[in-house]
Write a protein of this length. Structure first.
Length: 292
């Protein structure tokens, strides 16, 4: 049911993008613009579906890493993927010093898990294992398709908003901003945020926390990791530029400073509530004997 629901959301998002591009194409160029818009929409839909993971990874400047570089990370991911009976995802590391992590891709066979350098330095092995369990749960719950496509579409809308200043929409005044262009930018910016908000439920983080705790059998490890990550993210917030802002919902913790554009794109539930639920889960399931 969860997978089917996300599939319907993905189809709705792609349909929304198509309708928006066709409307803009007809507005700018009439019938000829509509034909061009059809071609553009097909290309963008294909790109959003097949390359959404690349867009998200590029936003964090993440690069693929080998097992020789990060043996502990590979060991943890291989162990948990085998425990779940799922294929091994591709592994990436972002140079960001802020502690964070995310998963992306369109299905478990085409998934990627990325962590920042900061998270590998901050967390111990047990806590990192809890975080990886959370991210793999996003993959297995089929959250990553809708999340990644939403990020790609919002990124495209944001890019259009940024490029709108170059569109000659009916003004011959070269000395000042075009009112129609400014209006388009004011509409498209919040629209990108609305795409994220419409597609992504905050409950998905609670679901991934619970599923990840079940996979690792160690909810307290994830609770401890989340507390450290929250503190580190607040101390070292990332810049809320367009590309990163539209991918922020993929992260295990909001990487942006609160307020402004960051609040528009916020889809994370309160961290204290996530930690409280994990501690209650640990109390209900009893003590866990963690074996390295």
């Amino acid at each position: 049911m969860h997978s089917h629901h996300n599939g319907l959301k993905t189809a709705a998002l792609l349909g929304l993008l198509t309708a928006m591009i066709l409307a803009v194409g007809y507005w700018l160029g009439g019938s000829a613009g509509l034909v061009l818009a059809v071609i553009v929409s097909l290309a963008m839909n294909a790109g959003s579906y097949f390359f959404s993971d690349t867009i998200a990874l590029r936003a964090m400047r993440a690069r693929p890493v080998s097992e020789a570089e990060f043996p502990a990370l590979y060991e943890i991911v291989r162990e948990l993927a085998a425990e779940a009976g799922q294929p091994m995802p591709r592994l990436y590391v972002s140079p960001a010093l802020q502690p964070n992590a995310f998963a992306t891709g369109r299905n478990p066979s085409h998934a990627a898990v990325a962590v920042t350098v900061g998270i590998t330095q901050l967390l111990d092995r047990r806590e990192l294992r809890g975080v990886i369990g959370h991210e793999l749960s996003h993959v297995y719950n089929r959250d990553i398709l809708i999340s990644s496509v939403a990020a790609a579409l919002a990124g495209i809308v944001t890019m259009i908003a940024q490029l709108a200043i170059f569109l000659p929409l009916g003004s011959d005044d070269d000395d000042g901003p075009n009112p129609a262009t400014l209006l388009l930018m004011l509409i498209l910016g919040p629209l990108a945020a609305s795409i994220i908000q419409m597609a992504i439920s905050r409950n998905r983080e609670f679901q991934a926390d619970a599923s990840g705790a079940a996979l690792t059998r160690d909810p307290l490890a994830l609770a401890s990791a989340l507390e450290k990550i929250q503190y580190g993210a607040q101390r070292m917030p990332l810049p809320a530029d367009g590309q990163l802002a539209t991918s922020a919902h993929l992260m295990i913790a909001n990487p942006l400073r609160g307020g402004g554009i960051a609040s528009l794109f916020s889809t994370h539930p309160p961290m204290p509530e996530r930690v409280r639920r994990l501690r209650e889960l640990a109390a209900a399931t009893g003590p866990v004997e963690y074996v390295r």
